[in-house]
Design a protein around this ligand. Structure first.
Ligand code: SF4
Length: 319
């Protein structure tokens, strides 16, 4: 039986109107997330991953703006909602965890005060009950001595503990969707693994949809069944993670995979750097870096077309 998507992004464009001109950071992408599904979004810095997440959450700051498109959460288009309604939905229905929890946590409030506020604001719990729920949530995200942690300030916790506390705050109201943007990038490798398995555990336990944003393909492979690869504001490939890892269709995906360090094969990078989005190349935005580029690629933009279990935007896909 087909599960209906809990989130649908349709033809989303995000612009930044800068003095130097208009920069289109997200260039007409569409994606969907089913209830309980795990979707990874990967790509280099500047590919549009975080901007997409911020647009979905309604957290874009000026001069960024969603110029066109829809973000459907159930029957509601988040791009059309007034801020008061969005605030109600954020946390309750859709929540986000950021790379560096110190930027989201208030340094002058204890962890307990910050978590309890979520329960008080969104669920209307009295302070004592909110503190009890906060302690339970910290236990759920495997923080030892939860009551003790509630009394601590963010700077008194390690990076891994802060990220667990942030995940706890994001999960407090049992959202349908959690967007985690590079949640392990700022952490030591051993802690990264713990946070990833925690995310996978709570996702499965709570049955929520998870969007995991990362530049690291290995991170996405550990947690996500489906992956969308972004390049210069476009989704260039999407499909089942295992399939794409086994046989990447897009030359950019293949290049990303070849850039992952492995003992058995020499490391190969992708030549050049991501294009200047103020002056993107004509045709396929990847053509200046693509080893397979041919005349057609410089003139026409390829669109996502079906390929085995997914879709790829390339005139000469692999396989
Ligand atoms: S369309 Fe052409 S330039 Fe773009 S990825 Fe495919 S082969 Fe390379």
């Amino acid at each position: 039986m087909k599960v209906s998507p809990v989130l649908r992004v349709e033809d989303l464009y995000v612009d930044f109107d800068l003095r130097a001109g208009r920069l289109t950071a997200v260039d007409g992408i569409s994606l969907s997330l089913d209830r309980g599904e795990t979707l990874g979004i990967v790509g280099e810095s500047g590919s549009g991953k975080t901007v997409t997440a911020l647009a979905i959450m309604g957290l874009l700051e000026s001069p960024g703006r969603a110029r066109q498109g829809h973000v459907w959460l159930g029957e509601e288009d988040l791009l059309q909602l007034p801020e008061a309604r969005l605030e109600r939905l954020r946390g309750r229905k859709i929540a986000m965890v950021f790379q560096e929890p110190m930027t989201s946590l208030n340094p002058v409030l204890t962890i307990g005060e910050q978590l309890a506020e979520v329960y008080q604001q969104h669920l209307g719990l009295p302070h004592g009950d909110a503190m009890d729920e906060s302690a339970r949530m910290l236990e759920r995200v495997r923080l030892p001595d939860a009551r003790g942690v509630l009394r601590k300030y963010p700077h008194e916790l390690s990076g891994g503990m802060r990220q667990r506390a942030m995940i706890g705050a994001a999960l407090a109201c049992g959202p349908d969707i959690l967007i985690a943007d590079e949640p392990t990038t700022a952490l030591d490798v051993t802690i990264q693994a713990q946070i990833l398995s925690l995310l996978a555990e709570v996702q499965a336990e709570m049955g929520m949809g998870l969007v995991l944003i990362s530049h690291n393909l290995g991170v996405v492979a550990q947690v996500c069944r489906r992956v969308a690869v972004m390049y210069a504001g476009n989704i260039v490939e999407e499909g089942a993670t295992a399939e794409i890892f086994r046989s990447p269709g897009h030359p950019y995906t293949a290049g990303l995979l070849a850039s992952v360090p492995r003992r058995s094969t020499p490391l190969q990078g992708i030549r050049g750097a991501i294009c200047d989005l103020l002056h993107p190349p004509t045709g396929c935005r990847f053509h200046p870096r693509c080893p397979k580029s041919a005349g057609e690629c410089e003139e026409t933009s390829p669109v996502l077309s079906p390929r085995s279990s997914g879709r790829v935007a390339c005139f000469f896909p692999n396989g």
